[in-house]
Ligand binder design. Structure first.
Ligand code: TXA
Ligand code: MG
Length: 312
């Protein structure tokens, strides 16, 4: 299959309307989209990504009215999150409408819904005229793509089209909050922090920290976000395996000699760079990637979550 590259949202949307699969930019990471109401099209996403079929997809909408086509009800807590954080890097899990084919939600009776904020994404979704389900546009298990070039590393020849936009502004996947339970529970940390969610719904639970073992979000049990290189949280130079080729990413200077270094000046920049650096390390056959720990607040919580998962 030839993968069309375009910077035209209208051209990319035509592939969706014909039942195709299109990678598109969002503020979090690039997504791999298909028409939510076409079972055939949704199936192609799972094939292109080699994604386990028990892992549900997030539906992306261009406007608030479209949420009504996906959800059978909007709990009051969800309404408050939507009002405050849409469009943006937040996914709310809602009770699913019967209209949505069960392949999209891996058989669950709930559906994750998100409204991306970038102008190019909004134009694309409005041209599609239908909600678009999209996981991150990487091969399952690989780091999510934050640039269209990273999408092509995994997907060239496997999808119909890539809509070329800027590198993702946040660089980590959206915060997922389950609003079908009361109190609402964060299933995956992201750029919208639990602190911010609690400003709107004060009793929101941070299940990531509660860690009672049972993952409610099916995706969290799968191995995630991993480069081929071994990822380690940098704890000090006594911990280093100096025989191997290694790389360092963090804020400030690496405290040892290594082949590849990404120095970031803020936690936000670090989050934006993480997956791109993982991919760069793999292209250079680095064996170990040392990641400097950051404080677990704001986007630092999501960043540490992704580093820990990659290090597992
Ligand atoms: O930022 C993002 O969310 C990106 C962009 C493309 O929007 N998408 C993304 O999708 O990260 P994906 O499929 O890579 O991750 C979706 C996560 C998975 O962990 C999945 O299990 C969870 O959200 N999820 C999706 N629907 C769910 C549902 N109904 N209930 C619980 N968890 C759900
Ligand atoms: Mg993903």
């Amino acid at each position: 299959m030839k993968t069309t590259r375009t910077d035209s949202p209208a051209e990319a949307a035509r592939f969706i309307r014909k039942g195709g699969v299109v990678a598109f930019p969002t503020e979090t990471v690039y997504g791999l989209g298909a028409d939510v109401f076409s079972e055939e099209a949704v199936k192609k996403i799972f094939e292109a990504k080699q994604r386990p079929t028990d892992n549900p997809l997030i539906a992306h909408v261009g406007n608030r009215a479209m949420i009504g086509e996906l959800a059978s009800a909007i709990p009051e807590t969800a309404a408050r999150f939507i009002e405050r954080f849409f469009p943006g890097p937040l996914t709310v899990v809602l009770p699913k409408s019967a209209k949505v084919p069960s392949i999209a939600t891996a058989g669950l009776d709930t559906i994750g819904v998100r409204m991306p904020g970038e102008e190019i994404t909004q134009r694309f979704l409005s041209e599609c005229g239908t909600p678009v389900v999209a996981p991150s546009a990487n091969t399952s298990g690989k780091p999510s793509p934050t640039t269209w070039r990273a999408v092509l590393e995994d997907m060239d020849g496997k999808i119909d089209c890539v809509l070329k936009g800027d590198p993702a502004r946040f660089g980590l996947e959206s915060t997922v909050v389950d609003c079908t339970v009361d109190p609402p529970a964060v299933l995956r940390p992201g750029a919208v922090s639990v602190e911010e969610l609690r400003e709107v719904v004060p009793h929101t639970i941070d299940t990531v920290q509660a860690a009672d073992g049972a993952p409610k979000s099916p995706g969290m049990k799968h191995r995630h976000y991993s480069p081929v290189a071994k990822v380690r949280l940098f704890k000090g130079t006594s911990d280093l395996d100096t025989e191997r080729s290694s790389a360092f990413i963090g804020i400030g200077r690496p405290p040892f000699d290594c082949e590849l270094v990404r120095r970031c000046s803020t936690v936000e920049e670090y989050a934006r760079a993480l997956y791109d650096f993982f991919r760069e390390c793999d292209r250079n056959n680095v064996e170990f990637i040392y990641c400097q720990p950051v404080a677990e607040e704001g986007i630092g919580t999501a960043l540490m979550d992704r580093i820990r998962r990659a290090a597992e």
